[in-house]
Design a protein around this ligand. Sequence first.
Ligand SMILES: NC(=O)c1ccc[n+]([C@@H]2O[C@H](COP(=O)([O-])OP(=O)(O)OC[C@H]3O[C@@H](n4cnc5c(N)ncnc54)[C@H](OP(=O)(O)O)[C@@H]3O)[C@@H](O)[C@H]2O)c1
Length: 278
Amino acid sequence: MKTKIAFLGCGSMGEAILAGMLAAGTSPQSVAVTVRRPERAHELATSYGVTALAHNEETEANIQAVTGAGVVILGVKPAGIADLCREIAQDLAAESVVVSVAAAVSLAQLEGALKAGQAVIRSMPNTPLKVGRGVVALSTGSSVDEHQLAAAHAVFAGSGVVLDVPEEQQNAVSAISGSGPAYAFYLAEAMAAAATDLGLAPEIAHILARETVAGAGLMLAEPGAVAAELRRAVTSPNGTTEQALASFDRDGLPAIISAGAQAAAARAAAITEELGHK
Ligand SMILES: NC(=O)c1ccc[n+]([C@@H]2O[C@H](COP(=O)([O-])OP(=O)(O)OC[C@H]3O[C@@H](n4cnc5c(N)ncnc54)[C@H](OP(=O)(O)O)[C@@H]3O)[C@@H](O)[C@H]2O)c1
């Protein structure tokens, strides 16, 4: 991609997108990154070969990064997004597209903090983008044209699956794929704890759980894989796995997971409300 891309804020999420994008072939010379701390800027410049500026020592860092950029990715925490938009609004190129990765920040809030007519996309990525297995959902603001949407797709396409969804579905997306990697890690933790309950040593328990979740994830990543079919293929009638799954069902595990996702989506809606009142 020849377009200059600016990352404003590059922590866990920004780095996952950056690493995936560079691994997929984007030139580091076309990327400018900003963070707060000089040591973090140095780390990113050294690891990825990108231009990295620290806002704490260069107050114009964000403005420098967006100057001439075709795609501007907002990767700070939700509470910092509106201030960041106001800071860069006047310096964005007319044809640029701003892509927010912030959970719960609405298109109306983004557009309200930028110049009228600015192209804006709200996205919900996830950290497996870092290893080329992410998924991201995009929702477009009122001024986005097809070239700008294609440029946003191109940022993510090499490192994951890109979907377009209506904005009202973004909190649900956040509750499944945005937060979802943490659910998978939580499952691995719970399996390791179960292994120690069965008498295995903690280091063996950790390896068994980690490799099993990672290996199952790779099987699920095969083209055309369907979770229910993979599960049935390893569940013999009257066998051991069937006993475990029946126990999960009796204890209501699907409902527990659904309630957790509902809680995540409700929190996203509450954050949108809180931000709206600032
Ligand atoms: N983590 C996830 O799994 C995930 C998933 C989906 C969406 N998101 C969204 O991604 C966004 C970032 O989350 P995160 O987990 O990556 O947070 P994070 O690790 O705390 O990263 C935030 C980054 O923003 C930088 N920053 C803060 N203020 C800045 C400013 N004024 N100018 C330039 N850089 C600034 C920080 O710099 P320093 O490093 O120097 O402090 C840091 O690099 C959030 O809005 C979140 O909703 C995250």
